[in-house]
Design a protein. Structure first.
Length: 203
């Protein structure tokens, strides 16, 4: 009996070790190594979940695409090590200025995305403008000598009934392009699907 119990305990330990190994693997697969934020794979899966939730329960959902302004020039001038430190700072800065239920991910390079559940596009714009203005007041020191001013451009899109995740991504991308075209360091809000619905009405 004691031998059976010991075998059971040993098997349980092996199973617990395997579960922990799988947990670590999944965490690694869904995490950006540099910033320790969720990565593109996590973002797209979570976006699909949030869109399904918004569709099912009628909740609001806003997505933001965020690009650091002139990041390539900073990399070229100060080097990739400084660029990496700016990315890590910006990731922490975003996370510290969002609600616990908000999701921030790094898509790659200097591109980030935010998923803001139960948030209208108007309220999201107020939030992102407040974060942008707060960042404007920060002078970032990288190596103890060089100082950098960091800003970002942001495009917003909100879920509307009947839209797919791809529609929201497209509209947020269009809004981000508009923000850059207007001089950067600004937040532009669009309504996902507005252009698609207008095109259907014309046909």
């Amino acid at each position: 009996m004691n031998q059976d119990l010991e075998e059971l305990i040993q098997r349980n330990r092996v199973l617990e070790a395997e579960v922990e190994r799988l947990r670590i693997y999944k965490e690694y697969a869904y995490t950006d190594v540099l910033t320790e934020l969720p990565n593109r794979r996590f973002y797209y899966e979570r976006l699909m979940q949030e869109v399904a939730r918004a569709r099912r329960k009628g909740h609001q959902l806003t997505m933001a695409l965020v690009d650091l302004d002139h990041f390539k020039e900073l990399n070229d001038r100060a080097g990739h090590k400084a660029g990496d430190q700016v990315l890590k700072f910006f990731a922490r800065f975003l996370r510290a200025n969002l609600r616990q239920e908000d999701v921030v991910c790094r898509l790659g390079g200097d591109e980030f995305t935010l998923l803001l559940p139960d948030t209208s596009v108007q309220n999201a714009k107020v939030l992102l403008d407040r974060i942008r203005q707060k960042l404007d007041r920060i002078e970032l020191s990288i190596d103890g000598r060089s100082r950098y001013e960091v800003s970002f451009s942001c495009g917003l899109a909100s879920y509307q009934t009947g839209l797919l995740a791809e529609d929201i991504i497209e509209e947020a991308d269009h809004s981000l392009f508009t923000a850059k075209a207007r001089g950067r360091n600004r937040v532009v809000a669009g309504v996902a699907g507005k252009r698609q619905l207008m095109a259907q009405m014309v046909q």
